[in-house]
Design a protein around this ligand. Structure first.
Ligand code: NAD
Length: 510
């Protein structure tokens, strides 16, 4: 199966650094505050396990509230000091720093990809080619923006000159999820640094090692003044202290909708800091029977969901298929799912790695049971994979549910795992209504050879990204972000820059 899955080909990339990682993971990792690796003020330690085999990877110290305070104070001082080192860094030098981080990520690509796979369970090739590569690309891209984000000359009436300036927003708390740890960190760090902000980053407690390594590499390169970037580690309570902090000017978050809503409440209850949210999804993917290349459409729809073991916010989890091709599509999807190989994510012949944790695996299995109870038909998978060594890890067979009704729980709630709901439809009107019948609005796809229909349906779909005849296109030059309960604001392109700056209108009387 992996021959048609370009993410699983193990060529032209560095071998994993497993021996190096074993050695590196021996020490309990610390927090990075004000340019130094420091011990937590508390005594809590989190031990992280490898989801592919249940073995312990390593451990890190959890930040106590005093540590978050220290990190915020360091970021505050680095930002506020008008004569401080960060203010002395010119835009041109900032660009050089971002380019350097981009290059360092590539230099350490195999190391970071190895840590990512050990921690997260995704394929090494996915970590290497998608996550670390994109993280590097994002730094490179934003390096080009440090001196290109202009203010405005406002066309006001009367004898005035009115200009809008853009200032960095200040101290940014950045909270990222477990599914694309290094990549999501880059999405947030790069534009914030490009605009001259200071940062406290918190990775997910499930997957903290790649960010720790990135901070180490940046520290060793000695390219940023103390306090500009800080790293705090731990679970939700650490993030919560960040989001409620009176000295934090902005929160950027990628994660679940439930936590996103909490962050909005935290903002309201503290200093009303702006909050950017990239949240969950339940994205529709509509396959009309006049799709130009049906086989390619089915394959892409399959991989767009099941790569990265379907722990992707924008996954096309609801596939709507026109009734005259429904059986053919379900059969082909089931065939692909049945031939998928699950196992060691470092094995180049593996198609799908392990779910990130036992908790996530059990949550997904709960949804699979609910689908069965509500009458959906299991066309493939539908269970945990307990074959051989996989029994020690958290593997779930790629699951295809046929005969799904859009009102079923599996079609309405975000599962965040390898479960595809295939739903039949008859008319364009009916399918658009079902596609939009969700609290989410992250992404949507459609496949058709009729360009009038493509325009019509794309316009009607309520989503932040709509993919026509190719689901899942991502590029830092194109904005990414959701509608409805999938989020607030956009990341990527110029949009991230707007969210890391504050506008000021200045009036001059003639
Ligand atoms: P999560 O919401 O459980 O956790 C995300 C981060 O928030 C973690 O670092 C966690 O420690 C922290 N956190 C938890 N509770 C908090 C609180 N009360 N205050 C502050 N921080 C808190 O999400 P997850 O399980 O790590 O990731 C999966 C979710 O992320 C899915 O819903 C997925 O759709 C979403 N996601 C969205 C995008 C996007 O761009 N829209 C991208 C990736 C993932």
């Amino acid at each position: 199966m992996n021959q048609t899955n370009d993410r699983a080909i193990f060529e032209g990339i560095d071998q994993p650094k497993l021996e190096w990682a074993k050695e590196w993971l021996l020490s309990t990792k610390k927090l990075y505050i004000n340019g130094q690796w420091v011990d937590s003020a508390g005594d809590e330690i989190i031990t992280s396990t490898n989801p592919a085999n249940g073995l312990i990877n390593g451990s890190f110290q959890v930040a106590a509230p005093e540590d978050v305070d220290r990190a915020v104070a360091a970021a505050r001082a680095a930002f506020d000091d008008e004569n401080g080192a960060w203010r002395q860094v010119t835009r041109k030098e900032r660009a050089k720093i971002l380019r350097k981080i981009s290059a360092l990520l590539l230099e350490h690509q195999a190391e970071i990809a190895t840590l990512e796979t050990l921690d997260n369970g995704k394929l090494y090739t996915e970590s290497y080619k998608d996550d670390v590569q994109e993280a590097s690309d994002v730094f490179e891209y934003y390096a080009g923006w440090t001196d290109k984000y202009y203010g405005e000359n406002n066309p006001v009436e009367g004898n005035f000159l009115s200009v809008t300036t853009r200032d960095p927003i200040g101290v940014c708390a950045q909270i990222v999820p477990f599914n694309f740890p290094i990549d999501m960190a880059a999405w947030k760090l790069a534009p914030a640094l490009a605009m001259g902000n200071t940062i406290i980053l918190k990775p997910s407690e499930e997957t903290s090692f790649s960010a720790i390594r990135l901070f180490e590499i940046i520290h060793e390169a000695n390219i940023l003044p103390p306090g500009v970037i800080n790293l705090v580690l731990g679970a939700g309570s650490v993030g919560s202290h960040m989001s409620r902090h009176m000295n934090v000017d902005k929160v950027t978050f990628t994660g679940s909708t439930a936590v996103g809503k909490q962050l909005v409440r935290d903002s309201a209850d503290s200093n009303l800091k702006p909050v950017s949210l990239e949240l969950g999804g339940k994205s529709p993917n509509i396959l009309f029977s006049d799709a130009p290349n049906l086989d390619a459409a089915i394959e892409r729809s399959f991989y767009a969901l099941f790569t990265h073991k379907a722990e992707k916010c924008s996954s096309p989890t609801r596939l709507f298929v026109q009734r005259d091709i429904y059986d053919q599509v379900v059969n082909r999807l089931a065939e692909m799912a049945n031939s998928y190989k699950l196992g060691d994510p470092f094995d180049p012949t593996t198609d799908q790695g392990a779910q990130v944790s036992k908790k996530q695996m059990e949550r997904i299995l709960g949804y699979i049971e609910s689908g069965k109870e509500q009458g959906a038909r299991v066309a493939a998978g539908g269970e945990r994979d307990l074959t051989g060594a996989n029994a020690n890890g958290y593997f779930i067979r790629p699951t295809i549910f046929a005969d799904v009704h859009n009102k079923m729980k599996i079609a309405q709630e975000e599962i965040f795992g390898p479960v595809l709901c295939v739903i039949p439809f008859d008319s364009e009107e009916e399918v658009v209504e079902m596609a939009n019948d969700t609290i989410y609005g992250l992404a949507a796809g459609l496949w058709t050879g009729d360009m009038s229909r493509a325009h019509r349906v794309a316009n009607k779909l309520q989503a932040g990204q709509v993919f026509v005849n190719r689901y899942g296109c991502y590029d830092v030059a194109s904005p990414f972000g959701g509608w409805k309960q999938s989020g607030w604001g956009k990341e990527f392109a110029i949009h991230s820059l707007a969210s890391y700056t504050k506008a000021k209108a200045i009036w001059f009387a003639y």
